[in-house]
Design a protein around this ligand. Structure first.
Ligand code: SAH
Length: 338
């Protein structure tokens, strides 16, 4: 018999499972509290349950966990980067960042990635598997436990394409929203642009902020650096983004990583202004992180590019670089470990 991953169950599912093993429903509330509020790592810690019930839980369920394989702490800004070992020996990364408004964690959603963006370290060795909802949750629980910090913001911007692991990501978001101390308004989901899934997500009206990895304003350029653009072009993507805003009222955030000599010139800035003008959105500029296998160099005209966008009427800021001394950009630690 396969044991059930108890941390991936919603409260309603846990209630059903508890009834299934012949226990009273109210037990589910106690167990859910141990799992998601007290965050125990072992059934034996559930001390208000009888030894008999704890044994029964062991028999039918398993409690997933992550192992800290590496912890890098930035001397510059206290950013912590974790390499987490999963139950099957695979690894993923999470990054814990301090901001004025609180602590933010960037979590992974898959082991590896299929999307093949040319500048990204996470996709270089291909795709291994989807993360379970429990494995996304545990990146938060474990980082809080280890750092002693309370996490207020979550970004799904680590290794993987969240909308390519749609069902588990939605389940994870629902688990997060059932917690009193966390609102989905403090969650951002970053996607390279799986258009069909953007419409699905919009319909759920979860309140999460959608970040679109745009990186180029024309199909010719975007297809060169992001293969997904051959499946869903920019015009389809823009339509989906407008629909997302209309449905949810949440302003879209466009990520734009500036690459020297590729997308950091005036012509690109003008095209981006034409593309986004009139949309209620924000452009997040990031100097591209140079990766080992990469051919792309960091742009030296980031500030100039930002000024051009602002002069053209767009709302654009340069993302603060955090953890520069610990290579905090996603995918690099896992690659180094392989
Ligand atoms: N698959 C999702 C989320 C993971 S990538 C997505 O594509 O959005 C998180 C963000 O980092 C994306 O905007 C991605 O395009 C960007 N990114 C990846 N590699 C980068 C690099 N080397 N330099 C700068 N940004 C990078």
């Amino acid at each position: 018999m396969n044991k059930i991953d108890i941390l991936s169950l919603s409260f309603e599912e846990l209630q059903e499972q508890i009834a299934e093993i012949g226990e009273q429903k109210f037990r589910a509330k106690q167990i859910y509290d141990w799992l998601h509020n007290k965050k125990v790592t072992n059934f034996s810690e559930m001390t208000n349950l009888s030894a008999q019930l704890r044994e029964k839980l062991e028999k039918f369920f398993w409690l997933n966990s992550l192992k800290i394989k590496k912890r890098l702490v930035s001397d510059i800004d206290n950013t912590v980067k974790y390499l987490y070992g999963l139950y099957d020996g695979e690894n993923v990364e999470s990054v814990l960042m301090e901001y004025k408004h609180g602590n933010s964690i960037c979590i992974s959603t898959q082991v590896g990635c299929k999307m093949g963006c040319k500048f990204c370290a996470s996709t270089k060795a291909g795709f291994v598997r989807n993360l379970e909802p429990s494995e996304m949750l545990l990146q938060i629980y474990e980082s809080e436990r280890d750092s002693g910090k309370k996490i207020n913001h979550i970004v799904l911007m680590g290794i993987g394409e969240p909308l390519d692991n749609y069902d588990n990501v939605i389940k994870f978001l629902q688990l997060i929203s059932s917690k009193e101390d966390m609102s989905l308004r403090h969650v951002s989901l970053s996607t390279c642009g799986l258009v069909d899934r953007i419409y699905d997500l919009a319909k759920l009206k979860l309140g999460v902020t959608l970040s679109i990895s745009l990186h180029a304003p024309t199909d010719r350029l975007r297809s060169e650096i992001m293969p997904i653009n051959n499946k869903y072009n920019i015009s389809e993507l823009m339509k989906a983004c407008k629909a997302y805003f209309k449905e949810t009222g949440r302003r879209i955030s466009y990520e734009f990583s500036l690459i020297d000599g590729v997308n950091d010139n005036k012509e690109t800035a003008d095209a981006l202004i034409r593309l986004l003008k009139g949309q209620n959105c924000h452009v997040n500029l990031i100097p591209v992180n140079e990766i080992k296998e990469g051919i792309f160099k960091r742009s030296s005209s980031v500030e100039k590019f930002r000024q051009m966008l602002c002069d053209g009427g767009l709302n654009a800021t340069v993302r603060r670089t955090l953890g520069a001394d610990i290579s905090a950009a996603c995918g690099q630690l896992r690659r180094d470990n392989q």
